[in-house]
Design a protein around this ligand. Sequence first.
Ligand SMILES: Cc1cc2nc3c(=O)[nH]c(=O)nc-3n(C[C@H](O)[C@H](O)[C@H](O)COP(=O)(O)O)c2cc1C
Length: 343
Amino acid sequence: MYRLIKPIFFQFDPEKVHHFVVKRLKWFHEHFPLGKTILRSSFDIHVKGLEREVFGIRFKNPVGLAAGFDKNGEYVEALSDLGFGFIEVGTVTPLPQPGNDLPRMFRLPENSALINRMGFNNKGVDTLAERLRALKAKDKTIVVGGNIGKNKNTPNEDAVNDYVKCFDRLFDVVDYFVVNVSSPNTPGLRELQEKEPLTLLLKTLQERNHKNGIVRPILLKIAPDLTNEQLDDIVDIVKETGIAGVIATNTTIDRSGLYNAAEHATETGGLSGKPLTQRSTEVIRYLSEKSNKAFPIIGVGGIHSPQDAKDKLEAGASLVQLYTGFIYEGPGIVKRICKELVN
Ligand SMILES: Cc1cc2nc3c(=O)[nH]c(=O)nc-3n(C[C@H](O)[C@H](O)[C@H](O)COP(=O)(O)O)c2cc1C
């Protein structure tokens, strides 16, 4: 079915198609007679062998939706019907911001890839917190991660305050946190991956990480473009600050994985999809080996098939996420991966 629809979607601007599709999906979930049941029976999968507990949270399956797809937490329930074991919302910033000028998302079909320079377009943490509060009041079973960042206009010296604001505001309504310092589309953000500012940021969040006896797992999302020395630092920092784990990886600024001079290949932004598959798996393996599996890793980057997911799990990931593979392969990919994992 998706094979028939995809060529039509791919005729139009990717960001417009994204909004068109998720809005229809939400409407179908909420208003179409038996919509929820139809979606769940087509895409969702419940098998005991897929369940797992990671950083103290129970996941119905290990395949999640990566950050950036539902930045404002508007579609969590409908997306959960598509079989995802968890949904990561955001990246959210303290204040709403429009993001970069359009167009800012590009398809590279010859490479099964996307380049994006969205720039953290989002409606701000207050709006997201209210929405998630309403969701949690209705349904506590969906595992939701909150991916947090800083506003574009906040200088790096004040970045900690932005992360703290988002952290405090979302504490009661998310199951885990992701500290995003790896997006290539906010000028200077990736400098926060350096040892000193990163340690300060994570320590500050960890100090606040308790409320009514609850401690939320905090994960750090890293870029695939870090050197081995920088990855060694990441292992040290995770151990030193005691955060729960790492998400590897965000999009890449490297273009060497593009196997031809495709249209849009020279656009500025983060590259995702198949050209990232191998590098992100390498980063997972390196972190897992260097740390002696000291902390869980969520593996993300170029998962387009069940084998890609298995490779990341075998390299040391405890859970996986996807975004670009979902666009190219369609919603059926989640169930296909889950079925293969059971086998
Ligand atoms: C259009 C788009 C927007 C994204 N926005 C975010 C974001 O806001 N925060 C974030 O941490 N990652 C963001 N990502 C990165 C994805 O979460 C993921 O780490 C990356 O795309 C690699 O996975 P994939 O190859 O399965 O897409 C975005 C990716 C895309 C394609």
